[in-house]
Structures are given as structure tokens and as C-alpha cells.
Design a protein around this ligand. Structure first.
Ligand code: PH2
Ligand code: MG
Ligand code: MG
Length: 165
């Protein structure tokens, strides 16, 4: 069954609960194969907003990339996400980071996620669950991308996944 990686983030309300609720909701649409620890992370982009909780999961699903995106947007909505400022504070954000080794662009769906390789808050949790995963557009492993990363934003592991899942 196809494998995909999802980046999960929250910086409003009970951030850990929001991430955990998202994982539970994703369990209804896909098989959850791994879950990283939760990380508390400095905001990237708009810096004047609360710190995020981020984690990454690996799922297996027969949903196509576009159907998976639709389902994830539905879960974001169910968890109360309102879309206002782009890149601003959010209750929950669910991004498809990788889908198999596919490289695609369908309108607003770009896989691999166009900024995944630039962000410590993505690469640290990803490196925890699959350091050998190869970025199919850059042809480099997650561990290599992390080693060469310039993003110096603070990313702090706050607990093992088992505590939160
Ligand atoms: N998401 C953003 C913008 N900035 N910063 C952190 N630390 N974590 C995020 O998930 C995040 C962000 C837009 O999706
Ligand atoms: Mg995002
Ligand atoms: Mg998003």
C-alpha cells in the first residue's frame, strides 16, 4: 500500500491535544505506521506568533494524493481551523510532505512539500522516524538534508510519542 508522510503542526489552544486529536482522526482514513516525538518549535516565517508543536507521522493509504489532501483539509476543518492569515497561527495544520517517491504538482497540491527540506521543524521529527528516506526531487536522504540545513530556528523534543499518542 502507498506510504506517505504527514507534517502536523499547531500553535493555538491545547497544541499537544490538537496534534493528538489529528492523529486519531487520521487513523480513520489511513493506517498509521510511525509517529515521531512531539517537538516545540520556534515559528518560521511570521515570527511574531506563538511557538508551535510539530510532529511527523508515516501512514499507509490507498487514497490518491488529491483524495488524501481533501480528507486532511476536512480533518483540519473538523478540528476547528479557520483560514485567515497565510502562515499565521493555526489550531491545526496537516501537510502532505511525501507520497511514495512521487513528484507532482496539481494546482495547490505540491509533493514533495516545497519547503519540507528547508525546515528544521520538519526534518528533525522526520529524521527520528526515517533518516534514510530519500527526497525524490533533491535525491538526498533526510539525514543528509538535516546535516546540511541552514535553518537555525530552535526545535526542542518535548516527549516520546508514546506519551502523547
Ligand atoms: N508552519 C507554518 C509557518 N511556520 N513554524 C513552525 N515552527 N512550525 C510550523 O508548523 C509552521 C511554522 C506554515 O504552515
Ligand atoms: Mg504548513
Ligand atoms: Mg497546510
Amino acid at each position: 500500500m502507498p506510504s506517505a508522510f504527514i507534517g502536523i503542526g499547531s500553535n493555538l489552544g491545547d497544541r499537544i491535544r490538537n496534534c493528538r486529536n489529528a492523529i486519531h482522526a487520521i487513523k480513520d482514513i489511513a493506517g498509521i505506521k510511525s509517529v515521531s516525538s512531539m517537538y516545540e518549535t520556534e515559528p518560521v516565517g511570521i515570527e511574531d506568533q506563538p511557538e508551535f508543536i510539530n510532529c511527523v507521522i508515516r501512514i499507509e493509504t490507498n487514497l490518491t494524493p488529491t483524495d488524501l489532501l481533501t480528507k486532511l483539509l476536512g480533518i483540519e476543518e473538523d478540528l476547528g481551523r479557520a483560514r485567515s492569515v497565510i502562515g499565521g497561527p493555526r489550531i491545526i495544520d496537516l501537510d502532505i510532505l511525501f507520497y511514495e517517491d512521487r513528484v507532482l504538482e496539481y494546482g495547490n497540491l505540491i509533493i514533495p512539500h516545497p519547503r519540507a527540506h528547508l525546515r528544521r521543524f520538519v526534518l528533525e521529527p522526520l529524521n527520528e522516524i526515517d533518516p534514510n528516506l530519500v527526497h525524490p526531487r533533491l535525491n538526498a536522504s533526510v539525514s543528509k538534508l538535516l546535516n546540511e540545513l541552514e535553518d537555525e530556528k530552535i526545535v526542542k523534543k518535548i516527549g516520546e510519542f508514546s506519551t502523547y499518542y
